[in-house]
Design a binder for this molecule. Structure first.
Ligand code: PA5
Length: 449
């Protein structure tokens, strides 16, 4: 029995049948992943990674964290795209939203280098000032502008505050084995460093040191994350009709019937960065050659009061996938924390019928009611259920979506592992900033402004 369940009951008859008809093709593409004959096979190191290298790597990283000879209460991750979204997905889901205000012995996390807005970087620097930070700068290429520029700023801050020697103990680099400026800086400055494997691209790299180093620094259970992913990869060999393959087939079936947007919706705001991670994975892997479902994310019930109207009643080009975690009740010292609607003497708010019931029940009913309303309004819906919101559950979900993405892109006829479209903005950015060698383009762009 597969760990993650996919409910296709609300796809509608036509789409359900088409999904079933595509299953054979999905299985053939899985076979190509297995025998490494798929498009982009030089990039499929993520597939079965826990067994091939991940478990060993995870153990090394845990050892490294145990032996770290600095005290810290803040982990600053500098990275963009696949170099930070997975870590953000796990930490937002599993750490306390207000971790920085708690008096426990777990550090808090902050992110930088995923934009170049001065406004927010000023705040990050203010936070650093109040904390004892370690910095993990992550860039596979080692040359991406946003994290590179921000790392310069943060490195300057660290060296002024701690001096060169202590900074070197507080800065950890995760980058390519040989290529890129970050590798050279790490080697030259004597920073501890971890390698992002050559055969794994950014958006497929969450289970490598890209995610493992910061998550281990935060004392999260990286072993369980890896076990969850391994469980999912192992299931693929055992189950012909695996939900990850059916998910890929349903997406293509919806696309072929004219759907152009897939909304991934959840009713738990702590999951919103899992959705952000998913958006990058599917958007960058599939959106090419004029093809692909546009991945959008919504958090309910919040967004029912903003975009719900559109989903219910706007252009009928949407497929919606409802993501839920069966067990997502937080625990403190092993005790479940639940909230009931209180009994009140005054009945003016007309909520008597809810008295004594858990808020989780209200949330679940809202999700079920929304799915059926959207389906009745002409939106085919999928239900994706993960047993628990934990490292294990999220690890399995990462692997589920990675496999689903690789198969879905292959069925769509695109290479999931390249991103030629990302280069266009970079060329213009360099030219506008006057990078040597880009003068002619810079002049043409400035004329247009
Ligand atoms: O998936 C990808 O390859 C990209 O989104 C990268 O993760 C992102 O551009 C960051 O690249 P880098 O890690 O080289 O700085």
């Amino acid at each position: 029995m597969s760990y993650i369940k996919l409910n296709t009951r609300f796809l509608g008859d036509g789409l359900e049948q088409q999904t079933a008809a595509l299953q054979k093709s999905a299985q053939e593409h899985l076979q190509r992943l297995n025998d490494k004959s798929c498009v982009g096979s030089e990039w499929i190191g993520w597939y079965n990674y826990p067994k091939t290298r991940g478990f060993e790597q995870e153990e090394n990283i845990r050892q490294f964290v145990q032996n770290l000879d600095v005290t810290y209460d803040l982990v600053l991750v500098i990275g963009i795209g696949g170099s930070y979204l997975g870590t953000r997905a796990v930490t937002e889901a599993l750490l306390h939203t207000y971790q920085g205000t708690l008096r426990d012995n777990r550090p808090m996390i902050a992110f930088a280098g995923h934009h170049v807005s001065e406004t927010q970087l000023v705040e990050v620097l203010e936070l650093l000032d109040k904390k004892q930070p370690v910095v993990n700068v992550i860039s596979k290429s080692g040359t991406t502008t946003e994290p590179a520029v921000v790392f310069r700023v943060v490195r300057d801050y660290m060296e002024k505050r701690f001096g060169k020697e202590e900074s070197a103990r507080r800065i950890i680099c995760t980058t390519d084995a040989k290529e890129g400026a970050l590798r050279q800086v790490a080697d030259q400055e004597g920073y501890a460093s971890f390698v992002i494997p050559d055969d794994i691209g950014g958006r497929f790299s969450v289970l490598t040191p890209v995610g493992l180093v910061p998550l281990a620094l935060l004392k999260l259970d990286t072993r369980a994350l890896m076990e969850g992913a391994d469980r999912l990869f192992s299931e693929l060999g055992q189950e012909q009709e695996h939900p990850a393959l059916r998910y890929a087939s349903a997406r293509l079936a919806a696309y072929e019937q004219g759907k152009r947007i897939e909304i991934l919706a959840s009713s738990n705001p702590k999951v919103s960065h899992i959705i952000e991670w998913w958006k990058q994975l599917y958007g960058e892997s599939e959106g090419k050659q004029g093809k692909g479902l546009f991945p959008a994310g919504l958090t309910y019930t919040t967004d029912l009061h903003s975009l719900g109207q559109y989903v219910q009643d706007g252009v009928r080009n949407v497929l919606e996938t409802f993501l839920s975690f069966e067990q997502d009740v937080p625990r403190r010292n092993g005790v479940e924390q639940r909230i009931r609607v209180p009994v009140q003497a005054s009945k003016l708010d007309q909520l008597n019928y809810l008295e004594g019931r858990f808020l989780g029940e209200v949330n679940r009913a809202a999700m079920q009611g929304t799915m059926m309303a959207h389906f009745d309004g002409g939106v085919p819906c999928l239900g994706l259920t993960v047993p628990e919101l934990s490292e294990h559950g999220i690890g399995a979900l990462f692997a589920f979506f990675e496999v689903g993405c690789a198969i879905s892109a292959a069925m769509l006829g695109v290479n999931p592992y390249d991103q030629p479209g990302v280069e266009a903005y970079k060329k213009n950015l360099f030219a506008l900033l006057g990078k040597p060698g880009t003068e002619a383009l810079g002049a043409r762009l400035r004329e247009r402004l």
